[in-house]
Structure formats: structure tokens, C-alpha cells
Ligand binder design. Structure first.
Ligand code: ADP
Length: 400
């Protein structure tokens, strides 16, 4: 079966087509500036050069319709007819407490996801737009939803309940949900496979360090704690997000700067993190360049970022009574050699010994700890699309 994977943002859309016979990638692409002048589709058939198509795309339906045209194109396409697509897998950010697994997108499920919009006002609406556009354009094709929150639904109350009046959990479902679940699950399973350990007897800390960043404690294949919370704002320091801070700071800034709570929250989401500390950029590559040029704030930003990750690793090691492995993934985790070294510096007493030579690598699945390190350290490029395609393929194959 061929599976189309769709990941819709508010003005962008990523897609891939995979052949699930051998899990090969047939084509992938990105549409940007949906609903904004200058809409552009960048399509890449595996093994061929990328090609760009500029055309007005007023909404997600327009964008997906151009994607389908690209997939059928006689030169750059990979399909003779749309019937070859057996199912579409949609990335959906928030499924609340409703879904701990991927599911077929029936109308009931779509209604339940629409109810979760309150919990993810920036993410779920574009995800839902993508689903309805695909349903209109491909009415007879199965659609599956794969949720960022699902993997973390195995957490126990001690990990997900906040110490605020319990009625807020009961009334409004305020709790830790956690995100990036598809990525954490993928790299945790890959780490077990690479090390030749059974997933159900394996303790691993997975560090997904991208522009958004989160870290998860995975015990015997299940997420038992994760750093992102009710929203993706909690936890690690990120490109523009603050991560953890004293909640009293919100009111303090609001009073001092004469702002309302929405504005302050917006600052914590969009003007904080690496960008906020350094005042330069949200991209660690720019920050590290500035460090070399002697910029003090850039240096503080790098140190705060590394320190926060290390603190979480220590906390999760305590929570799991030690770990078998630590995994780095996503843009920073896969590429930033110096950051990995800084995070794991001086952890020999905890059995973590990075091999600086093996660590000198980017983007390739590798064990980067010293051969006798008690805790293995791995670099594993994430592949959320493959996970979405696998779940989609499994769920639809079971229907037939
Ligand atoms: P997201 O999917 O959350 O947007 P990614 O996983 O694509 O993020 O990661 C993007 C981030 O990865 C960039 O903002 C940048 O900070 C970081 N990054 C990518 N390549 C490198 C590199 N070679 N060195 C350091 N950081 C890098």
C-alpha cells in the first residue's frame, strides 16, 4: 500500500508518499505561504532534483490539490492514478485524553478532535483543515490520525497532575499532555533495536532538540514522563520559547510592562528561549557563531540551554533508577556536536561517557558513547513521517 502523510501548519504543509511494501520514500515536499501572496510548492521525487511551483493557494484545499497534481505529474510524479494511495496519515498535534493510539478518522473522531481545539488553538485548527480538505478531494480514501500527545498517555498521575486545585483538572482537563510523541517513540524503539535490547526491558531518555524541544523518559516502551506540559511551552529552553519558569513572572512582567496576560504569554512563546536570551536569533548555528565572536549573551544562551537538558536527564535518571541509553534527535540533537558534548560533560559518575571522536558526526545513526560507557549514547535522526505511515498502514490493513 502507498501512504500519503500530511502535516499541516497554519500557512505551511509538509507531505511524503511512502511505499509500505518496503517503507521506501517515493516523494516528499513542502508548501509554504498558504493563504498568503507568493504561495509556493517545493516537490522532490526521490532521486530527482527538486522542483518549485509558484501558484496562488488561497487555502489548504488549494494547497493539497496542487500536491495531488504534483504526485500525478508525468515528469515529477510518482503515481499514475490517485487510486494508488491506499490511505492518508495525518499528523494531529492534540488529542487530549481521548486517544492514546492512532485511529481511523471517522466523523466522531473528527468531532472529538475539534473539541480539543481549546487545548491547542495554534495547532489543531490547521491539522483539521488538512483533514477536511483531503476528505473533500479524496472522499473514498481512508484517513488516519496520528497524535503528538498519544505516546504520553501512558504517564501516571504523579507525572501529569499539576499541583493546582484538582477541580481545574476535572473541569478543564489542565494536566501535562506532552508532545513530539511520535518522534520520542520512534527513536526509543530504534535505540532498543540498535543496541539489540527488547523494547519492553529498556530504559531510555530521548532528547528531541529542535526549534521546539522536549525530553522524555521511556521505560519498557512507555512514556513515563516528559518535559512539555499542558502546552508545548513547558520544559526545555527552545528557539523562542522560555520553557520552565516561575509562574509569578507572568504577572510581574504584565504589571511592569503594562501588558495583558495574552501579550506576556506571546512573549514567552515567541520572543524568549535562545532568541530572548541572546537577542540574536532562535537558531543555535547563529548563536554559536556569535559565541566565537565573543558575544556574552550568546554564550549564556548556550549554557542555559545545555544546563536545562542536563537537569532533565538527571531527573529522569533518578526517576527510572538509572538508564540504559540516552538518545539525541531533531535539528540540534542530530547536528550540534558541541551541544551534545556540553550537555553530557562531567557525567562519568552517572555512567555516561561520551566519546568525543565518535560524537564528531552529524545526522547519521551512530552510538557515540565510549565502548565501555555504562549508559549508551546514540544519535538517531528522527522519522515522524515513517511512524505516521506505519500506523496508517497497520490500521487500514486491519480493516481489509
Ligand atoms: P523544528 O522541526 O522544531 O522546526 P528542527 O528539528 O528542524 O526543528 O531543528 C531546527 C533547529 O536545529 C534550528 O533552529 C537550529 O537551531 C538547529 N540546527 C540545525 N542544524 C544545526 C547545526 N548544524 N548546528 C546547530 N544547530 C543546528
Amino acid at each position: 500500500m502507498k501512504v500519503l502523510v500530511i502535516n499541516c501548519g497554519s500557512s505551511s504543509l509538509k507531505y511524503q508518499v511512502l511505499d509500505m511494501e518496503d517503507e521506501s520514500l517515493l516523494a516528499k515536499g513542502l508548501v509554504e505561504r498558504i493563504g498568503i501572496p507568493g504561495s509556493i510548492l517545493c516537490h522532490e521525487k526521490t532521486g530527482m532534483e527538486k522542483y518549485n511551483l509558484e501558484a496562488p493557494m488561497a487555502d489548504h484545499k488549494d494547497a493539497i490539490s496542487h500536491v495531488l497534481d504534483a504526485l500525478l505529474d508525468k515528469d515529477h510524479g510518482v503515481l499514475k492514478s490517485m487510486d494508488e494511495i491506499g490511505a492518508v496519515g495525518h499528523r494531529v498535534v492534540h488529542a487530549g485524553e481521548k486517544y492514546a493510539y492512532s485511529v481511523l478518522l471517522s466523523q466522531d473522531v473528527i468531532d472529538a478532535l475539534t473539541e480539543c481545539t481549546d487545548l491547542a488553538p495554534l495547532h489543531n485548527p490547521p491539522n483539521l483543515l488538512g483533514i477536511s480538505a483531503c476528505k473533500e478531494l479524496m472522499p473514498d480514501t481512508f484517513m488516519v490520525g496520528v497524535f503528538d500527545t498519544a505516546f504520553h498517555q501512558t504517564m501516571e498521575p504523579e507525572s501529569y497532575i499539576y499541583a493546582i486545585p484538582y477541580e481545574y483538572y476535572e473541569k478543564y482537563k489542565i494536566r501535562r499532555y506532552g508532545f513530539h510523541g511520535t518522534s520520542h517513540k520512534y527513536v526509543a524503539e530504534r535505540a532498543a533495536a540498535i543496541l539489540g535490547k527488547p523494547v519492553d526491558d529498556f530504559k531510555v531518555i530521548t532528547c528531541h532538540l529542535g526549534n521546539g524541544a522536549s525530553i522524555t523518559a521511556v521505560k519498557n516502551g512507555k512514556s513515563i514522563n516528559t518535559s512539555m506540559g499542558f502546552t508545548p511551552l513547558e520544559g526545555l529552553v527552545m528557539g523562542t520559547r522560555s520553557g520552565d519558569l516561575d509562574p509569578a513572572i507572568l504577572q510581574f512582567i504584565a504589571e511592569k510592562e503594562n501588558m495583558d496576560v495574552f501579550k506576556v504569554t506571546n512573549i514567552l512563546n515567541k520572543k524568549s528561549g535562545i532568541y530572548g536570551i541572546s537577542g540574536i536569533s532562535n537558531d543555535l548555528r547563529d548563536i554559536e557563531k556569535a559565541v566565537l565572536e565573543g558575544n556574552d549573551r550568546a554564550l549564556i544562551a548556550v549554557k542555559v540551554f545545555a544546563h536545562r537538558v542536563k537537569s532533565y536527564i538527571g531527573s529522569y535518571m533518578a526517576e527510572m533508577n538509572g538508564v540504559d541509553a540516552i538518545v539525541f534527535t531533531a535539528g540540534i540533537g542530530e547536528n550540534d556536536i558541541g551541544m551534545r558534548a556540553q550537555i553530557l560533560e562531567n557525567m562519568e559518575n552517572l555512567g555516561v561517557e561520551l566519546d568525543l571522536e565518535l560524537n564528531n558526526i552529524r545526522g547519521i545513526e551512530t552510538v557515540i558513547s565510549k565502548p565501555d560507557s555504562k549508559v549508551k549514547v546514540l544519535l538517531i535522526p528522527t522519522n515522524e513521517e515513517l511512524m505516521i505511515a506505519r500506523d496508517t498502514n497497520r490500521i487500514v490493513s486491519e480493516l481489509k
